[in-house]
Design a protein around this ligand. Structure first.
Ligand code: IMP
Length: 427
């Protein structure tokens, strides 16, 4: 006891850092269990700002052990760039643990990610171009390269040969690109092996023993529910399991040991990349949310698509993740709006849907049915209790709670760690 899972309820960028902050120093291990350097979070500690893409946020908390689980795909170049960046600022990174079963992003997969997107043209996914999808595809095709392969040159060479046999042909014959040689790829991967060795271990055993000792393990999802390869808006998703179930497969912690599932949900909705988004705004309200909420990607700098809160999605996230607590973020961004629409159901060709349509075409055609809530103009950034909030802000939070399928435990009212209304302490 206890293992806690944190997931994003929408399409990512909900501000998971807020929940991590509220669990604070009580966490002994922070585990990244899916995705790779497609994620991006900015952590502000004092006057220092850290942009992390691959390392778990726990790397910045003294006494906490950050873990890269088996479900992650690792770009070694990025890993050591982030480690070097932190070390240069005096952060000790020696506690990091990396699963020997995690997969490695090879150079050919970064290339394939980018050329495949170009090839798809108008059907593109809008990926981050970091090689994530092709690396997970290799894992499923059983031609992936794992961290442990880096410590046996003979095996590594065999595996790279196996992977390049087909992928080299695809690169040259389909995409008209130069394929790297086996030697070149092996050399690039081996370049990091010696430095990596001290970090590598059986993280499943490590975490199981930590739980046996009563230590707290926080499993932090990359991306979010609607980007999950199974439960998201497929094919406009990432290639990993970003929901609570993925926390088990991506870390080796069994479902029976998970105590709490916290979902982060923004007071409005954003999405980057392509794909359906029923409450998306193409007018000045969308610009207002984007500019007021600084909705530009941490990883790619892309402006995020913005829209109103969608309670159908929140209910869906509550259901597929087994959410025990919601952390509602960025409520302060809505300050100043006269009226705030909330999507309560969809109209699909004249039929009302209270729940997420099971069919992709229905979701593509979903037209939001809105309920309108009166806004507030008071500055709420200093609010710390529900009573501190203006009546209309309180009513908005209570209405969202009623329609979203789990309690709202924390409400973010500003970017700083302490800028939050705590209704139910997370621990
Ligand atoms: P990939 O993960 O690079 O393959 O991209 C697949 C989809 O997931 C694209 O729409 C990306 O924009 C989206 N995506 C990946 N990581 C994140 C994230 O951390 N936040 C938001 N969207 C993401």
């Amino acid at each position: 006891m206890p293992a806690i899972v944190i997931v994003g309820a929408q399409w990512g960028d909900e501000g998971k850092g807020k929940a991590t902050d509220h669990l604070g120093s009580r966490v002994d291990y922070v585990v990244k269990f899916n995705g790779g350097n497609n994620a991006g979070h900015t952590v502000v500690i004092g006057d220092e700002k850290y942009a992390l893409h691959l390392l778990p946020s726990g790397i910045l908390t003294p006494g906490c052990t950050p873990v890269i689980g088996n479900g992650v795909v690792v770009d070694l170049e990025v890993l050591f760039r982030e480690i070097d960046g932190l070390e240069a600022r005096g952060t000790d990174t020696s506690r990091l643990k990396v699963s020997s079963n995690a997969h490695v992003i090879a150079d050919y997969n970064r290339t394939l990610d980018k050329v495949a997107e170009r090839f798809l043209g108008s059907r593109k996914i809008g990926t981050t171009g970091r090689g994530i999808g092709p690396t997970y595809a290799d894992k499923m095709n059983r031609i992936g390269i794992r961290i442990q392969d880096l410590f046996d040159e003979k095996i590594l060479t065999q595996k790279v040969e196996g992977a390049l046999e087909l992928k080299g042909q695809v690169l040259t014959k389909v995409y008209n690109r130069r394929a790297p040689s086996v030697d070149q790829t092996v050399e690039e991967l081996l370049a990091h092996a010696d430095r990596l060795a001290p970090y590598v271990c059986d993280t499943t055993l490590l975490l199981g023993q930590a739980l046996d000792r009563g230590e707290t393990v926080l499993l932090e999802a990359g991306q979010a529910t609607l980007l999950d390869v199974d439960h998201g808006t497929y094919p406009f998703v990432t290639s990993s399991s970003a929901t609570a179930g993925g926390a088990c497969t991506g870390s080796g912690i069994p479902p029976t040991r998970i105590d709490q599932v916290i979902a982060i949900v923004k007071a409005y909705t954003t999405r980057v990349g392509e794909g359906p988004f029923p409450t998306e705004l193409h007018d000045e309200s969308g610009d207002f949310l984007r500019n007021t909420g600084f909705e530009f990607g941490t990883t790619t700098g892309r402006p995020r698509r913005c829209g109103w809160y969608d309670a159908v999605i929140a209910r869906y996230a509550a259901r597929v993740n087994g959410v025990t607590d919601f952390v509602l973020t960025k409520l302060d961004v809505l300050t100043g709006l006269e009226e705030i629409p909330v999507c309560v159901a969809y109209d699909v060709d004249g039929e009302r849907y209270e729940e997420m349509p099971a069919n992709q075409s229905a979701f593509h055609h979903a037209v939001p049915i809105y309920e309108y809530f009166p806004g507030w103009s008071e500055d709420i950034s200093g609010a710390r209790t529900l009573e501190d909030l203006p009546a209309n802000a309180r009513a908005y939070v209570e209405a969202l709670e009623g329609m979203s399928g789990a309690r709202m435990s924390v409400v973010g009212v500003g970017p700083e760690r302490e800028q939050a209304v705590v209704l139910h302490p997370l621990r």
